[in-house]
Design a protein around this ligand. Structure first.
Ligand code: UDP
Length: 322
């Protein structure tokens, strides 16, 4: 099978590329390098079954070409991280909406299958954890930039199901919960790579707010395996699935302490108010924990890598000595 991965030079996309190549698939990636990095595909760039096109999902002519010559599309290209969404809202909204619209329309036109990566951000400030796929999306005011991300991803989901229902497009939607692993950068504000870098450099570990906020972290290899398994399941099409690891649930305070211990760091753990960390009017999610019952019954999904193992793999892969 020939697979297209939009956003394939990004953190998750590059792991997915490697996974598929190792299983004998042919992989083409499309990436505009807005947050992706050629370094991420350095190990696979010369693989005979791999090719890479540097361009945007907003470029319809190119997108049409690459979609035509593949059978399956993992659509990962999107604005990355809360920081990017807050700092570049127009670009982020456009990429998430217009880019996805292009992918779905062309995939439908050329009869290709799609897996769309959505986000746990769609649950917004719903406080009833764990979130199951039927939980409500509770987004805040459009004056608060953060909600634009969840809103665009939710609209992507609506468009996906509209294509499924009206045009028969075979599409699966997955909602990812705080995926972590080697090659994830702290540049866009993601907490795990940031804390590890701070700890290894002996800099203060910056906990935002009171640090009591709860997150569930999933190792990237588990996420990639789940996405590929779903794609092989005919009954998964037209459905939405959480992909996360409830066992990897931890407060940000505890995460800071755990990373400090695993890196044997002397760094201080400091608390920074949200207004200083982001900008006025920032709202954080207090708790974000997945219910994975649906994907478990669909593909027998069970995350293999626990949080401590995941952190140790990232620390080892960071290239910095401890
Ligand atoms: N966070 C933090 N310090 C940092 C970066 C992030 O305390 O240097 C917090 C952030 O406010 C949030 C959590 O860590 O509560 C996870 O943030 P991330 O941006 O990784 O993902 P989110 O779940 O917010 O999308």
């Amino acid at each position: 099978m020939k697979t297209l991965i939009t956003g394939g030079c990004g953190f998750i996309g590059s792991h997915l590329s490697e996974y598929l190549l190792e299983r004998g698939e042919r992989v083409e990636v499309l990436d505009d390098l807005s947050s992706g990095d050629l370094q991420n595909i350095a190990r696979i760039k010369d693989h005979p079954n791999f090719s890479c096109t540097i361009d945007s999902v907003l470029n319809r002519a190119i997108l049409e070409k690459v979609i035509k010559r593949n059978d399956f599309i993992f659509h990962l290209a999107a604005a990355v991280g809360v920081r990017m969404v807050i700092e570049e809202p127009i670009k982020s909204i456009r990429t998430n909406i217009e880019g996805t619209q292009n992918v779905l329309e062309l995939a439908s036109c050329f009869k290709k299958k799609v897996l769309l990566t959505s986000s746990s951000e769609v649950y917004g400030k719903n406080e009833k954890i764990p979130f199951s796929e039927s939980s409500d999306s509770l987004l805040g005011s459009p004056k608060v930039r953060r909600w634009s991300y969840g809103c665009t991803k939710l609209l992507d989901e609506f468009i996906s199901f509209a294509y499924f229902q009206e045009k028969g497009l075979p599409v699966i939607v997955v909602r990812l919960f705080n995926t972590i692993g080697p090659r994830q950068t702290g540049k866009y504000g993601m907490v795990v790579p940031k804390f590890i870098e701070q700890a290894l450099n002996g800099e203060p570990i910056t906990v935002f707010g009171d640090g009591k906020q709860l997150r569930s972290f999933t190792y990237v290899a588990d996420v990639v395996e789940a996405m590929v398994s779903l794609a092989k399941e005919p009954s998964a099409y037209g459905e939405v699935f959480n992909i996360g690891n409830p066992q990897g649930t931890i407060t940000i305070n505890e995460l800071a302490k755990l990373i400090k211990r695993l890196t044997k760091s002397e760094s201080k753990i400091i608390h920074i108010p949200y207004q200083k960390a982001y900008r006025e009017g920032f709202v954080d999610m207090e708790r974000r924990v997945p219910d994975i019952g649906k994907i478990q019954s669909q593909i027998n999904f069970s995350p293999r890598v626990n949080l401590q193992e995941a952190l140790l793999k990232i620390i080892k892969g960071s290239g910095l000595n401890i």
